[in-house]
Design a protein around this ligand. Structure first.
Ligand code: ZN
Length: 309
């Protein structure tokens, strides 16, 4: 955002001059429609828990056009040390999770994706090289999203059914592309705790949103950038505390709630952090009626409940 040279404040666009049609059109472009919170989850379960990992690895560096082997190595840690540890943890607790994987990462680490699918996990779309959608011309965004899906399918043998946009950067065109591709869900937006149907220009789209939040993400608390502002600012115990409180709220809200958590193998995979995830899983398993599921299975269930095709 450009700054006013005299005041140092963000430069104002004269939005107060906009006619109603203008601001209403912007808000209505992509927004939440009907709630898809189900009465209960499969087998009469009380609360669904959907764990997701955004396997960004080296694309956290490549996305900016950087070539530093030092910075790339911190991403590579996610593939090399983080992923085996995460898969081992999920195996020990018999949990199926979702992995959102940039196509470039799938090409760099194809065996990782095949192992995920072989163990019953979901591999879903997460851009080409972690590019920001809102900076792309619409035709490039469409091409990259479609090529990303084809690449994941070619490597794993399974056609992805869902998408998470990189950095949750959703352009005004993303939803139309997702609809065109026939994906059953998106997991990049934040309008609710419960699943909802996405609306485009005021019309239902038949696409399920499984909402994310920075609060339920490891990166804001634990990411590190030597030359930027990001520093880990919370101890593991603090992160567990926030996640437990979010889960507690969902569980207390009654049957049909969804607790969805986003993590990154190069962040949560470190020893002091994988313990956050294990402690959280143990805490959640202490509650009756928990259904651990992939995002795709959560989306399929709410679609069936709401009689969506
Ligand atoms: Zn990502």
């Amino acid at each position: 955002m450009s700054k006013d040279s005299k005041t140092g404040l963000p430069e104002q666009v004269e939005s107060w001059r906009w006619p109603e049609q203008k601001w209403r059109g912007i808000v209505d472009k992509v927004r939440a429609g009907r709630s898809l919170r189900p009465a209960s989850w499969p087998g009469g379960a009380h609360t669904a828990v959907a764990l997701s990992f955004d396997s960004d690895h080296e694309t956290q560096v490549l996305r900016w056009g950087h070539e530093s082997p030092g910075r790339l190595s911190a991403g590579q840690y996610g593939a090399r040390a983080g992923m085996p540890r995460i898969r081992d943890l999920l195996r020990r607790y018999d949990i199926k999770a979702s992995f959102f994987v940039p196509a470039v990462i799938a090409l760099l680490h194809p065996d990782e994706q095949r192992a995920n699918v072989a163990e019953g996990h979901e591999v879903a779309i997460h851009s080409w090289i972690h590019e920001l959608n809102s900076q792309l011309p619409p035709e490039h965004e469409r091409d990259l999203q479609m090529r990303a899906a084809d690449t994941l399918e070619a490597i794993t043998g399974v056609r992805p059914v869902g998408i998470r946009t990189p950095s949750w950067d959703f352009s005004p065109h993303t939803l139309a592309i997702t609809r065109e591709m026939g994906l059953i869900y998106d997991s990049s937006l934040m309008a609710d705790d419960d699943p909802y149907e996405l609306m485009e220009d005021g019309k239902p789209t038949n696409v399920v949103e499984l909402p994310v939040e920075w609060i339920r993400d490891d990166a804001p608390y634990l990411a590190m950038d030597r030359f930027g502002a990001a520093r880990p600012y919370m101890p593991p115990s603090g992160v567990i505390e926030v996640f437990k409180r979010e889960f507690h709220g969902v569980y207390q809200s009654g049957p049909g709630g969804l607790f969805l958590l986003t993590m990154h193998p190069h962040i949560i995979g470190h020893w002091s952090r994988i313990q956050i995830l294990e402690a959280l899983i143990q805490h959640i398993r202490g509650h009756a009626g928990i259904w651990f599921a992939t995002h795709a299975d959560v989306a399929r269930h709410v679609r069936a409940q709401a009689k969506m095709k």
